[in-house]
Design a protein around this ligand. Structure first.
Ligand code: R5P
Length: 296
């Protein structure tokens, strides 16, 4: 049973929405930056004996939002909070889940360790990039739940676009899990592409025996970052005769001109959720988070 939701500076609107759905008080702490760049946090409300959910998403300035999270969580415990639940809609650093080259930091592991260290008792994330680490429970020692926004993405597409003979595509192997969920919602078939990453913003999508001729395609992925994956996937699907392509993701990070490039590649629409506030965040994850917190 949650008593209070508290919003870090990355997720204040989302926090208000969740608080309203749960009909519980919302706290927006005082957050300032000193002239030298250090963060200042002050929680003036009484949290003694309360169960508090911190909503903080680690997009765009992940390090800054992480530090804020650490300061808030530790302070809540110090002020007597009974339980601190971390709700991290976009969990950054999950893609560095292994030491790919000698000497690399395994960032995913380090970040989860620090989140636990500051007193987090339970954690919720949404469509975290789980690849070599398959379950959050493999990396967290506290109860950890990875929710999904993909049914909401598919329902949005169903409601707002007239799809004719649709097919759902995951742009790489990891995306099969999301393509499967979206395909179920749309009562459509799904398939995945083969992706090879050449650099931070370059990918090569390999051709597969795909029959998308004349079909309306929905591509579903967890993240659109540089847009490289979506651009190459759309180009390939168009070359294979797709009638239209909609690009959907849970986390629209959209660095630099990602959105323009995806439209230039021929996307009919690009949609995402408010785990990362953006111009394409048409879908709110507030109902999924509220429901999960209510269920406990
Ligand atoms: C990685 O495999 C993820 O699932 C996404 O496909 C990736 O993060 C998208 O990045 P970008 O938009 O830079 O291609």
């Amino acid at each position: 049973m949650i008593d209070i939701v508290l919003g870090g500076s990355s997720a204040q609107v989302l926090t208000i929405k969740i608080g309203r759905q749960l009909k519980i008080p919302t706290i927006l702490p005082e957050i300032k930056k000193f002239p030298d760049g250090e963060k200042y946090i002050r929680i003036t409300e009484d949290v003694n004996g309360k169960t508090v959910a911190i909503i903080q998403s680690f997009y765009h300035q992940p390090d800054e939002f992480l530090i804020e999270y650490f300061l808030i969580a530790d302070t809540l415990k110090d002020l007597g909070a009974k339980k601190v639940i971390g709700v991290i809609p976009y969990f950054a650093y999950a893609r560095q889940d292994e030491r790919f080259k000698p000497g690399e930091a395994i960032s995913f592991k380090i970040v989860t360790k620090l989140i636990e260290e500051v007193g987090t008792d339970e954690i919720y994330t949404i469509d975290t990039h789980l690849h070599r680490v398959e379950q959050l429970s493999e990396i967290f020692h506290i109860p950890a739940h990875n929710l999904t926004a993909v049914p909401l993405l598919a329902q949005y597409v169903k409601k707002n676009f007239e799809l004719n003979n649709p097919v759902v595509i995951g742009p790489d192997e990891e995306a099969e899990q999301w393509a499967k969920i979206a395909a179920k919602e749309l009562e459509a078939e799904y398939d995945i592409l083969e992706k090879e990453r050449l650099g931070p913003s370059e990918v090569r999508i390999k051709t597969r025996e795909l029959d998308v001729t004349g079909k309306d395609v929905l591509i579903v992925d967890d993240i659109i970052s540089t847009g490289g994956t979506m651009v190459e996937a759309i180009k390939m699907l168009k070359e294979h005769g797709a009638k239209s392509v909609i690009a959907a993701c849970t986390h629209p990070i959209l660095v630099r001109n990602a959105l323009t490039r995806i439209y230039q590649a021929g996307a009919l629409a690009v949609i995402g959720t408010d785990t990362v506030p953006s111009s394409i965040s048409f879908i709110s994850v507030a109902p999924i988070i509220a429901e999960a917190l209510r269920r406990g």
